[in-house]
Design a protein around this ligand. Structure first.
Ligand code: FES
Ligand SMILES: [Fe+2]
Length: 451
């Protein structure tokens, strides 16, 4: 393989122009390796929610920056984020996605064992490892390596793989208001993951999925065959004044809203690649009230604040680079890049602790109807991503257009609210992609020069 981009930050920077990006961002293996090593290591990446590991010994395994990662609850009550890699010969310590390991992890190859905070516990025939570094187990060295930095934000656990870098607060800034709103919808300010996620593999680049989260010009087109058919059938049925719109129709019908609806909903962007659709209203605005819920919220927060929390109808909030959340229905989707053309998606729903169960029913229904691999909507999108992934191999056209409502001089380092069909948020993501990838490549080059 020729190395076109490695050690060449300028070539990587040139892939992102103000209103178009190069196809290599999606299809090139070398670019993929670089973005994992630099972008995913120097930004704050979501790993999991603390309610996935409620008890000591609970663990959850995932991938961050295309590396195996482990989240574990230790006996001190803390959640540790560790590399899922035996220091001996590299074997993955756990292979199940989630479970309870008891008091310690035990590598299945030669039985080295580790405490649930990652520290080395014991090595069989230990004296044979004199002067290798592994004999220092009591000092707690040589265990499962920790990641650079961990932040537990109100139960949501993020990591920065590098030791040094931008702080969590500086990276996310005002965008944390979306997470706050989702959490505040619980009268006691607490969420719990409800069951395992829907998990599905996409044969496309992870950025296809992230781009799609604020692509408001596609629902009425790509989802016409699914949502459009559902609406047509519902409209053809005989109804009278007692007919209640089923929850499933409330969920699916807004996908067929006209362009003006999406234009008016607005898009807000924040620096560093974060942003959301649904500033003024969204496809979640017109759901029926859940009996008793408003009263519970007023009791907990007071009338005014309860109204403000529930009046927020943000649609999709992208926390660049790897998640999207939907506050009004308590969902989170994680985009886990595995290769340039392979992305694992996990779609989680949350229970609002202390709120009526019907809210959980609604988020579960949404996940099933819209996000599941067996849903009637989700695979409309999947088909588009996979077609684009194949189409981008065309040699004739090298650039991907993200120009909609672009104006020269656009400043993506400023927060802004714009027309809901702008592609500003996509440009914002690529701007952040370039900034963090290239800065980290340049820092690496400086370190090498200094060494
Ligand atoms: S590889 Fe884990 S103990 Fe040998
Ligand atoms: Fe879609």
């Amino acid at each position: 393989m020729t190395m076109k981009y490695k050690d060449n930050p300028q070539a990587v920077a040139d892939l992102v122009r103000p209103a178009e990006v190069h196809r290599d961002l999606y299809i090139d293996d070398e670019v993929f390796d670089l973005e994992m090593k630099h972008l995913f290591a120097s930004t704050w990446v979501y790993v999991g929610h603390e309610s996935q590991v409620p008890n000591a010994g609970d663990y959850f395994a995932t991938e961050v920056a295309a590396q195996p990662i482990l989240l574990a609850r230790h006996t001190d009550g803390e959640v540790y984020v560790l590399h899922n890699r035996c220091p001996h010969k590299g074997t993955k310590i756990v292979i199940d996605r989630a479970g309870n390991t008891g008091k310690f992890f035990r590598c299945p190859y030669h039985a080295w064992s580790f405490r649930t905070n990652g520290k080395l516990l014991a090595i069989p025939l230990k004296k044979g490892y004199k002067d290798t570094g592994f004999e220092q187990s009591e000092a707690g060295q040589s265990g499962l390596p920790p990641v650079g930095a961990v932040k537990n934000y109100r139960g949501f656990i993020f990591v920065r793989m590098k030791q040094e870098g931008i702080s969590f607060e500086d990276f996310f800034g005002g965008s944390l208001s979306s997470l706050d709103n989702m959490i505040d919808r619980s009268p006691v300010g607490k969420l719990e993951v409800a069951g395992p996620p829907l998990r599905y593999m996409h044969n496309c680049n992870w950025k296809m999925l992230v781009d799609n989260q604020t692509d408001t010009c596609h629902p009425m087109v790509a989802h016409e065959s699914s949502a459009g058919t559902a609406v047509e059938i519902w409209e053809s049925l005989e109804k009278d004044e007692n007919t209640k719109t089923p929850m499933a129709m409330e969920v699916i019908a807004p996908f067929m809203s006209p362009y003006e609806f999406f234009e008016d909903m607005g898009i807000r962007t924040w620096p560093n690649g974060h942003g959301h659709t649904g500033v003024h209203h969204s496809i979640h605005s017109d759901y029926s009230a859940i009996p008793g819920y408003l009263e519970m919220m007023e009791e907990a927060y007071g009338e005014e604040r309860a109204k403000a929390i529930l009046g927020e109808n943000r649609h999709n909030t992208v926390y660049f680079p790897n998640i999207m959340i939907k506050g009004p229905i308590q969902q989170l989707r994680v985009f886990i890049p595995l290769a340039a053309n392979k992305t694992l998606v996990e779609s989680y729903i949350f229970r609002l602790v202390g709120a009526p169960e019907m809210l959980l029913e609604r988020t579960a229904m949404y996940n099933r109807l819209i996000n599941a691999p067996t849903s009637i909507v989700g695979h409309d999108d999947l088909e588009m991503y996979e077609r684009a992934q194949e189409g981008l191999h065309c040699q004739e056209l090298e650039w991907v257009n993200v120009q909609r409502l672009y104006e020269e001089g656009e400043d993506l380092d400023l927060e802004a609210v714009e027309n809901g069909t702008t592609e500003r948020q996509m440009r914002n993501q690529f701007h952040a992609w370039k900034k963090f990838t290239v800065e980290s490549m340049e820092a690496e080059a400086r370190d090498l020069a200094d060494a």
